[in-house]
Design a binder for this molecule. Structure first.
Ligand SMILES: Cc1cc2nc3c(=O)[nH]c(=O)nc-3n(C[C@H](O)[C@H](O)[C@H](O)COP(=O)(O)O)c2cc1C
Length: 185
């Protein structure tokens, strides 16, 4: 059975730049390491998220997403930037994960924002959030602004370079399935 990559886009928007970014990263990682991939956005989690204080209060739809997150071999987290940080409901989804359930898991952190002003939110907000869980956030964090996309597709050499870097860093955890990976390093 192949290793599983789960992507989480912390946005309700469809289409969504964050979802497009997570999908792009996941696709390159799958090509390079042979992962099977599943990507969820907050709409997939559904309405019970907003009313649940404890995991056992989530409905089956939301619980399935949380189960997917904790059972993944590698996570790709993407968040839109809201007021310089992640959206509250994205944080609430993460709040419903047991503190021990992401320990040592490789996590790629990424975010989108309207401009570059809050580019460090990946370092100042997302990295400490997964530090709480003692997860292995990969060294390269990926931030993309509006101008890095055309029609909700990654369209920037600088952004592609950072995505290649972080996908290459997964080789610390997984044997590359494709020689092309080394070309990106
Ligand atoms: C409520 C709200 C707050 C936002 N705050 C910021 C912000 O502080 N900094 C920023 O760069 N972009 C901000 N944005 C823009 C979004 O981060 C940006 O459009 C993002 O790419 C949207 O992702 P999505 O297409 O996946 O929903 C904000 C958008 C909304 C709706």
């Amino acid at each position: 059975m192949s290793l599983r990559l789960v992507g989480i886009a912390g946005s309700f928007n469809r289409p969504s730049k964050t979802y497009a970014l997570v999908k792009h990263i996941a696709g390159l990682a799958a090509e390079s390491y042979g992962f099977s991939t599943t990507i969820h956005d907050l709409t997939d989690v559904g309405p019970s998220l907003g009313t649940a204080l404890w995991p056992n209060e989530l409905d089956a739809q939301a619980k399935a997403v949380v189960d997917d997150i904790v059972s993944a071999d590698v996570l790709v987290i993407g968040s839109p930037t809201y007021k310089g940080s992640y959206p509250g409901l994205f944080k609430h989804l993460i709040d419903l994960i047991d503190p021990n359930d992401l320990r040592s898991k490789p996590v790629i952190i990424s975010a989108t924002g309207g401009g570059d002003r809050h580019a460090l939110m990946v370092e100042h907000q997302l990295r400490p959030l997964f530090g709480f869980f003692m997860a292995h956030t990969l060294p390269t964090a990926v931030y993309a602004s509006d101008r890095d996309f055309v029609d909700y597709a990654v369209a920037s050499d600088a952004l592609s370079g950072r995505i290649n870097s972080v996908v290459g860093e997964l080789s610390t955890f997984f044997p590359p399935a494709k020689a092309a990976l080394q070309a990106a390093e």
